[in-house]
Ligand binder design. Structure first.
Ligand SMILES: *Cc1c(COP(=O)(O)O)cnc(C)c1O
Length: 220
């Protein structure tokens, strides 16, 4: 199936309230343009340099999401155009995003990444760390960022019931935080293998790569 056909199939299966982020990391511009020409406007990348390069070469109405782990010293390269940063997992990083957004006279939307997976390798805060950040004085002084929701990645495992309980945990965390922080509206969870399950568990933003663009080849 072509990229366009994959996209159409996925979009037709998504409820109206769910936003599709097309995860285009490692894929060439020609593939992204195929998705663009099929109407896709939101693209997700996990490396800042790659996103900067693609942003330069592609139409300016694309909405760029940074979905990977963010190194503080690289925030400046994307601050002029990034629309949503999914993987924010500490206050120091929020401060740097705020600083760079201010230089650009922008307000940058962010999601707090919550660690839901059992793997050590996955980044993220605990639910109580996120709560502490949102209630802190320092956070309230950051005028050039908006924390608009939460993001999580499930364990890389073929066990639906474990993935489901991780998604449910994230949704509960989201509900708990929303009660005192009404600005939280986005819950980014679900990828190619599990986005339907994620939506059933309350996701309203899914990050889908290989089901749109095909398998990634990391050797090139
Ligand atoms: C790569 C990636 C995805 C997409 O993964 P697929 O399985 O190809 O859909 C989603 N979220 C994050 C954070 C990723 O790094």
């Amino acid at each position: 199936m072509s990229i366009q056909q994959n996209l159409e199939k996925i979009k037709s299966s998504l409820p109206e309230h769910v936003t599709l982020v097309a995860v285009s990391k490692t894929k060439p511009i020609s593939d992204l343009m195929e998705a663009y020409n099929a109407g896709q406007r939101i693209f997700g990348e996990n490396k800042i340099q790659e996103m900067v390069d693609k942003h330069k070469q592609m139409p300016k109405d694309i909405v760029w999401h940074m979905i990977g782990h963010v190194q503080r010293n690289k925030v400046k390269y994307m601050a002029s155009f990034v629309s949503l940063i999914h993987g924010v997992d500490n206050l120091k990083l929020l401060k740097e995003i705020n600083k760079q957004a201010k230089k650009q006279d922008r307000i940058i939307d962010c999601l707090l990444q919550i660690k839901i997976a059992s793997e050590e390798s996955k980044f993220g805060m605990t639910s109580s760390e996120a709560s502490t950040v949102l209630q802190s004085e320092e956070f309230s002084e950051l005028k050039n960022i908006n924390v608009v929701g939460l993001m999580g990645m499930s364990t890389f495992i073929d066990n639906k019931s474990q993935i489901k309980s991780e998604f449910n945990y994230l949704k509960q965390t989201f509900n708990k935080l929303v009660s005192s922080h009404k600005q939280l509206t986005t819950l980014s969870m679900g990828m190619s293998g599990d986005y339907q399950l994620a939506i059933d568990c309350g996701s309203n933003m899914v990050r889908v790569g290989s089901s749109i663009f095909g398998r990634r080849n990391y050797s090139i």
